[in-house]
Design a protein around this ligand. Structure first.
Ligand code: ATP
Ligand code: MG
Length: 192
């Protein structure tokens, strides 16, 4: 049986519980052996809007995955120099006996037209569109292998969490407790 490997990329600035729900629901729905959470090393599409360092975001992703069945932090993109391109990551993870599933929220799918090396992406992985109630999206063009997974609508975003933290408001319950501890210990997202 081939290994079925899920990949959830993101900025994770910071990671939150909706990321966890997306990963575990996709894993359950598609029978994935593991889902890797892969923080982008250099998210060129968010130039100037990324607040925490790659090392801090990786540490928070590690804290997110600890103790959650089937979730693992992956440091591949953080260690790779240059702009982060998903196809490069898929190529690095591609292996005989392994099938790749690229998990994307509907907003990320809608943005795929801007991606680099889209043809390579299409040939390397099945796109899993993680849809909240009322959402749907398809990758641009033809020939994609696509799966759809419905998850509960959770109105949580990293942008909102950064605003909350900068304003001194709590984020407990919105991010895993272990991530709250990393944020406090490293004094992340406090007002500059
Ligand atoms: P930001 O507000 O900085 O854009 P974000 O909360 O959208 O951050 P990302 O790191 O950009 O988080 O997202 C990583 C992946 O998780 C993307 O595929 C995105 O679509 C998905 N995602 C983010 N938030 C949610 C959510 N609330 N529900 C389901 N999927 C989500
Ligand atoms: Mg986003």
């Amino acid at each position: 049986m081939p290994e079925r490997l899920g990949i959830l990329g993101g900025t994770f600035d910071p990671p939150h519980v909706a990321h966890v729900v997306a990963a575990v629901d996709a894993r359950a729905a598609l029978g994935l052996d593991r889902v890797l959470l892969v923080p982008a090393g250099n998210p060129w599409q968010k130039e100037g809007r990324v607040v925490a360092s790659a090392a801090d975001r990786l540490e928070m992703v590690r804290a997110t995955c600890a103790g959650v069945d089937g979730l693992e932090a992956c440091d591949l993109e953080v260690r790779r120099p240059g702009p982060t391109v998903t196809a490069d990551t898929l190529e690095a993870l591609d292996a005989p006996g392994r099938e790749l599933f690229l998990l994307l929220g509907a907003d990320a799918v809608a943005n795929m037209g801007t991606w680099r090396r889209l043809d390579a992406t299409r040939s390397l992985a099945t796109v899993v569109v993680v849809e909240r109630a009322g959402e749907s999206a398809r990758p641009p063009g033809e020939g994609w292998r696509v799966a759809h997974v419905r998850i509960p609508r959770l109105e949580i975003s990293s942008t909102d969490l950064r605003d909350r933290l900068a304003a001194g408001r709590p984020v407990d319950g919105l991010v895993p407790p272990a991530v709250v501890r990393v944020i406090r210990r490293r004094r992340l997202y406090t007002a500059r």
